[in-house]
Design a protein around this ligand. Sequence first.
Ligand code: SAH
Length: 440
Amino acid sequence: MREIIEIEIRDINNQGNGVGELDNLVYFVEKGVLGEICKAEVTKKKKNYALAKKIETVKESPYAEKPKCKYFGECSGCSLQNVNYKAQIELKKKAVKEKLERLADEKIENLEIISMENPYNYRNKIELKVNDNSKLGYYGRNTHRHVEIDECIIASEAINNVIPKIQEILDKYKIPGYRHRTNDGIIKNITIRGNYAGEIQLTITFAKNRFRNQNGFLDNLKEISEISQIYVSINDKKRDENMGEKVTLIYEKNIFIDKIGEYKFIISPKSFFQINMVNTEKLYQEAINQMKSEKNEKILDLYSGIGTIPIFISKNVKKIDGVEIVRDAVKDAKQNMAINMIQNVNIETGKSEENIQKLIENNDYTTVIVDPPRKGLDEIVIENISNSSIKKVEYISCDPATLARDIKLFKQNGFKLSQIKACDMFPQTVHVECIVLLQR
Ligand code: SAH
């Protein structure tokens, strides 16, 4: 029998679903809008939670806003476009506070958050998929369902300028996308990166080495005026649609370089680079403000990427050592030191959890900066820091839940949460970045 409930949506979870409570049971409501009361059909009921699907709105949300994107609802990338930006910001503050209180036993009264003046057109990189009919689009969250798009309003204007141009060439040569289910088709991934100057770095991952119309297709792409570099990558692994092991530069008009503040960065396709064109500088600046480093300090930067943070603090301190797992990123970092004329930074290839002990033993670091992926820090990293003479930990996190878990461990090892600020690096989505200082 169908069970229909009426429920108020008080929160949005990480998957973008509405969250509400009824008779002491938490419901996750697909398509539920923050702040509304809606009717929903229950699809699954477990002991401590239930799933439901919204049928209709009963009382409209006070925060409701008409989504700007014509693909909203179909494309699951921006799950918050239907609430106003102010409500998005409040939601993110609440999410950070709630996680810190529940998982780290920290009650934060006033959490400041760095927001955006224009919460659109901020992304400098998108990854598109191609369907059977050679149409560009996104996959839905956790699915291989293709949603055709010809623009993405959170991506930079430069990226939006080239989407139709790439589409035209795909249509002309009729190159089909890779099909997960049947393991056929050609294009696995098209990654478009834009920079401050409106130039584009294009990386295409193919399922095979040779295909019909290959040369014509690639030659035509080179004629797109905004494109400064084209890389190709082959990934013939079944069901894996990421860039292959190797990326090969097949066309270069000029080196692709992006800027943050006064610094320039060479970024190769496999290297991580913060995706928000405006708030990245503010994020780094906040970390620097919190650390208050002195000229004689030696700093360890774990999860360094292409060396962005070390470059940003290089003039304030004596020396910075870094560790980064992606080889190409370390190569970029070396070049970035050279083009920015920085001599007191050294980044090595390796895993933070494996290299930290030796680095700490041989150096007298005063501060460690960590900026890990969503899964947060390995316990060994926290242990090594705690057993050293390091006094300050500057933690930049893109997942408040793992951040809170790690703060708890640091606290058990004698550190105190000293400063915290959030930063909205991902407007229209539920994600939020945090910048935290822990001290002994
Ligand atoms: N601080 C950089 C990069 C942050 S993203 C910036 O702001 O640009 C996290 C980085 O950690 C990525 O470059 C990723 O390749 C790297 N990484 C992931 N796991 C790692 C590990 N176990 N050890 C070292 N680096 C790792």
